[in-house]
Design a binder for this molecule. Structure first.
Ligand code: URA
Length: 192
């Protein structure tokens, strides 16, 4: 168990626990404020993330940043963003269960140190692993459940919204719910 976020990052950066460590360009640890009250968890790095070492920097990341900005959240200020796996799965395939099992240990340590009040799962992979193995994004998106004092919600993955823009209004509603709940949970969060 870690107490120091920088030590956690340093050890994670050398991780070779699974096969994804052999093919990565960069390990993508996470980005944002380790004192954030809210975390967003994606699936795994894509091509751009692997090249740049930061989560959600490709096209889906640009959409995510826009949706976050609409509720006064930003990776440079008041949130932390991480993924279920920290290294890019080849050809952007879904991370395999054994890869997730090994990598989730790093995520758990991140969550333990950050101690968010809310965790938002971006897409099916994170929601199935962190909320409910049968999670159906189209049915259960936007629903809050509490786990060990942390509010959890699953919503659409931004890449899925790029493929199917019809779901953008529903995703935006989820972000408005996040805004409302976060105002109750975090006195420092004062959206415009
Ligand atoms: N998709 C994800 O799930 N995570 C990223 O970091 C980028 C794309």
């Amino acid at each position: 168990m870690y107490t120091d976020f920088e030590q956690l990052r340093a050890d994670c950066m050398n991780c070779k626990k699974c096969r994804l460590g052999d093919t990565r360009t960069n390990l993508v640890f996470g980005v944002g404020n380790p004192n954030a009250k809210i975390m967003f968890i994606g699936e795994g790095p894509g091509e751009q993330e692997d090249l740049q070492g930061e989560p959600f920097v490709g096209r889906s990341g640009q959409l995510l940043d826009k949706m976050l900005a609409a509720i006064s959240l930003s990776r440079n200020e008041n949130i932390y963003i991480a993924n279920m796996v920290k290294c890019r799965p080849p050809q952007n395939r879904d991370p395999k269960p054994d890869e997730q099992d090994l990598c989730i240990q790093w995520l758990r340590e991140q969550v333990r140190i950050i101690r968010p009040k809310m965790i938002v799962c971006l897409g099916r992979v994170a929601a199935c692993r962190l909320i409910d193995p049968d999670f159906k994004v189209t049915k259960q998106h936007g629903e809050f459940i509490e786990r060990n004092g942390v509010l959890m919600m699953g919503t659409f993955h931004p890449a899925a919204l790029l493929r199917n823009p019809n779901n953008k209004p529903a995703a935006f509603d989820d972000f408005l719910k996040i805004r409302e709940k976060l105002q109750e949970l975090d006195p420092d969060y004062k959206p415009e």
